[in-house]
Design a protein around this ligand. Structure first.
Ligand code: PSV
Ligand code: MN
Length: 400
């Protein structure tokens, strides 16, 4: 077990630098958009156009150096008639590239009772056509991952055939998979509830895994950290998917109750650390990097959207750096010898190490500002977009 490639050696600074140099995280375009809750929106100079979203995401990348790609949602960002070369040009102007591509098969009226799992063949066909179109868009944008998420499910017992829906979903995903280019991947996301509250067609990681396997060799599972029941052991799911070589990526966020989309690590940073620890442990054993797309899936209305993304990336970097400090050789030995306290303390020592000085040193060495948040605040960007976009932002003053 363990290869020389995976040996833990070097100072904290060196280990942190080694880990962070290989750690990139994708930003969601919708995290910069003018969103709120179903009770209303609070005005801030959010992005209204794709150009504004790319510009805001470009700021996060400029100051963190860790976010070169932006996840796009087809309906919101690349609607019919959009020319992909124009999107590429726009992204390049702001120093980023298109990342994963999400089809949207949940907003149109026709998807009231589902998309790929809908009882009506015509709706299934329409949803598949949109997903195939998304695969084409991904190809034209040079995007590797296609990341469909399905709101499919039902709200009341007995109202639909769960087994038939399972087969339709499997069939649709297989067709989508077969349209992928050689280097592309289909990442299957699961979610146990919302907007469907009785059953969801892809409710958990086991269903996603089975569907990904049936779809074909380019399909993997996408773990959105908010899409689990309370108290679920997410790092165990991660460990299983790694061991099955089926973990494709993450949608990161934190949660207190349900799919709250709170800032990563704001509620339970130790859980994020444990997830990263499982990944680093796997990589140490395998002697190679796991092929994982790290993505953020958060959209905020109270914190400033750009600042919140910078905070998220900084938090992810710190927690990833802490996990990189675990001495896996000693951990494996302690596990083998059943020295529980020693094993657990290896986690706790790494988690309690203040890695911020090492992270700052890494940023400095890369020519980045040591404190990306302060640097962004000093840049004048917020003042500029507040002037430019300010007039447009309108708070919703009442809710129904
Ligand atoms: C659904 O809750 C989800 O997590 C999916 O990933 C969507 O693409 C995303 O949120 C944005 O609505
Ligand atoms: Mn998600």
């Amino acid at each position: 077990m363990g290869s020389s490639a995976g040996k833990i050696s070097g100072s904290v600074e060196e280990r942190v630098a080694g880990a962070l140099s290989n750690f990139q995280i994708e930003l969601p375009s919708w995290g910069f958009a003018d969103t709120g809750t179903r009770f209303g929106k609070f005005a801030q100079p959010a992005a209204h156009t794709l150009e504004e979203k790319l510009s805001d995401a470009g700021q996060v990348h400029q100051f963190t150096g860790a976010c070169p790609t932006v996840a796009l949602h087809v309906l919101w960002d690349v609607p019919e008639g959009t020319r992909c070369p124009d999107v590429l040009k726009l992204a390049a102007r702001y120093g980023v590239r298109p990342g994963s591509i999400s089809p949207n098969v949940f907003q149109d009226q026709m998807y009231k009772y589902g998309s790929l799992s809908n009882e009506q063949e015509a709706v299934r066909r329409h949803a598949l056509a949109h997903i195939l179109d998304s695969v084409r868009i991904a190809k034209e944008l040079g995007s590797r991952d296609v990341t469909p998420w399905f709101a499919d499910g039902s709200n009341f017992p007995g109202t639909t055939s769960i087994r038939a829906r399972k087969r339709w979903m499997a069939e649709g995903l297989k067709r989508a998979h077969d349209a992928l280019g050689a280097d592309q991947r289909l990442l299957v996301e699961y979610k146990p509830f919302e907007p469907a509250f009785y059953h969801t067609d892809i409710a958990d990681w086991g269903m996603a895994l089975e569907l990904a396997r049936q779809a074909g060799p380019k399909a993997r599972v996408l773990v959105d950290t908010g899409h689990h029941y309370q108290a679920q052991n997410i790092e165990q799911i991660v460990a299983w998917l790694l061991d099955e070589e089926m973990l494709g990526g993450f949608h990161f966020n934190d949660r207190r109750y349900a799919d709250d989309d709170l800032t990563l690590g704001s509620i339970d940073p130790y859980q994020v650390f444990r997830i990263f620890a499982e990944i680093r442990y796997y990589e140490w054993e395998a002697g190679r990097r796991a092929d994982i797309a790290y993505m953020v899936d958060q959209s905020h209305n109270l914190k400033g959207k750009i600042e919140e993304m910078i905070q998220t990336v900084m938090t992810a970097q710190e927690l990833y750096a802490k996990a990189a400090l675990i001495d896996f050789e000693s951990l494996a030995k302690a596990q083998q010898e059943q020295r529980l306290i020693d094993a657990e303390n290896l986690y706790k020592d790494a988690f309690s190490t203040d890695v911020r000085p090492a992270v700052r040193a890494w940023r400095s060495a890369k020519g980045l500002a040591e404190d990306p948040l302060a640097a962004f605040r000093a840049s004048g960007y917020m003042e500029r977009i507040t002037r430019e976009r300010g007039g447009r932002a309108t708070a919703v003053s009442s809710y129904a």
